[in-house]
Design a protein around this ligand. Structure first.
Ligand code: ADP
Ligand code: MG
Length: 339
């Protein structure tokens, strides 16, 4: 875990250097501030660009503060968070939540609809049964059967007037691990702009949101990690402008048992790790869309997943299937630089 965090740190650092060094050798009139902090269970990197140093610093601080605020609302690792209170009240009563939490749940339901149920935030009890983020253990079929009836999004009720959320059955648990980081990156970008940043990058693990351009007028450049090579080995690079990019992969969090890799993205139909892809990268204008879709499309696999990407306006993607074949959506073909 520590090692993989360290590797992620190194990888993200390389990515950021890759894009930001370009900026610093340019005719940089604007100020650029970079900071990282451990938030949402991972290292978060925020870069702010503004006409002066103080404004850039203020914007970066505001962005990080916003992510911390959202973590306190949404993290199921924090017992007092809004979502923890919703989960604790499952089968009992509705819980009043903030507009942000309601909005994220709305987006999550939309992702469920778009992916035909492959993206499902009611998977909480199955995520707990696998415990991939910590020790990891293959649950028995009996254990999975016992939670199967709880993975039912129709039992999640949102009342937009009273801003309340309830889970109809005891034991149900919402888990927004597959969409929350992209959502937080979007809101962080908004507060950074309000604070005077003209451009910026928010990278929460593999969920990255950009706005504006670098001081020399160049777009931000990002690398898509090769799913089967060492951290930092890039499959392809892409330039982004006012876009988000998010990758879901079977190499990010997993454990091995009897030579089989068990990773953290579960198929809601089987409650086992999805097996049709090694990684899915989605590019969209908003982080919440990119993050929600990468997880859902990972479950759908390359065929149905790519068909969905092609159907959606302003959404592009790169899918590496289980055999390592790379599929690229039509709108992104000319934009990728393969390494
Ligand atoms: P990360 O950036 O943390 O790797 P991903 O976007 O890849 O996150 O989503 C993985 C997380 O989403 C899991 O750790 C789990 O909490 C949750 N999850 C797993 N499978 C699904 C699914 N089918 N639908 C929605 N969320 C899921
Ligand atoms: Mg995701």
């Amino acid at each position: 875990m520590i090692e993989s965090l360290f590797q992620r740190f190194v990888f993200l650092f390389i990515l950021l250097i890759f894009s930001l060094v370009l900026c610093e050798v340019g005719v940089a009139k604007d100020a650029m501030i970079k900071r990282s902090q451990y938030l949402m269970g991972t290292l978060v990197f925020v870069t702010g660009i503004a006409p002066d140093d103080a404004t850039a610093r203020q914007a970066v601080d505001a962005g990080l503060k916003e992510i911390r605020r959202l973590e306190e609302l949404l993290s199921t690792w924090i017992p007092e968070s809004e979502l923890s209170r919703v989960n604790a009240a499952a089968g009992q009563h509705a819980v009043k939540v903030s507009a942000e939490t309601l909005n994220l749940l709305d987006h999550s339901l939309e992702m469920d609809r778009l992916t035909g149920g492959s993206f499902n935030i009611a998977l909480g009890p199955a995520v707990v049964a696998w415990n991939v983020s910590e020790k990891g253990r293959v649950p028995t079929q009996r254990e999975l059967d016992a939670v199967y009836s709880l993975i039912d999004l129709s039992q999640l009720q949102l009342d937009r007037h009273t801003r309340t959320v309830s889970l109809a059955r005891p034991g149900m648990q919402i888990d927004v691990g597959g969409i929350g980081k992209g959502f937080a990156a979007d809101l962080a970008a908004e507060v950074m702009e309000t604070s005077g940043a003209t451009a910026g990058v928010i990278a929460i693990s593999g969920d990255i949101k950009t706005f504006g351009r670098m001081p020399d007028g160049q777009k931000f450049v990002f690398g898509i990690q090769h799913p089967r090579k060492e951290q930092g080995h890039v499959l392809a690079t892409i330039e982004l402008e006012n876009e988000a990019v998010s990758t879901a992969g079977d190499y990010q969090r997993y454990f091995e048992q009897d030579g089989i890799r068990y990773h953290h993205i579960l198929d809601p139909k089987t409650l086992h790790p999805a097996r049709l892809a090694q990684s899915v990268t989605v590019i969209a204008s908003r982080g919440v869309i990119a993050d929600g879709l990468d997880t859902g499309i990972f479950v759908m696999g390359p065929k149905k997943g790519m068909a969905l990407i092609e159907r959606l306006p302003e959404v592009e993607g790169v899918i590496v299937d289980a055999q390592g074949n790379v599929f690229v959506s039509s709108g992104v073909k000319g934009r990728l630089q393969f390494q």
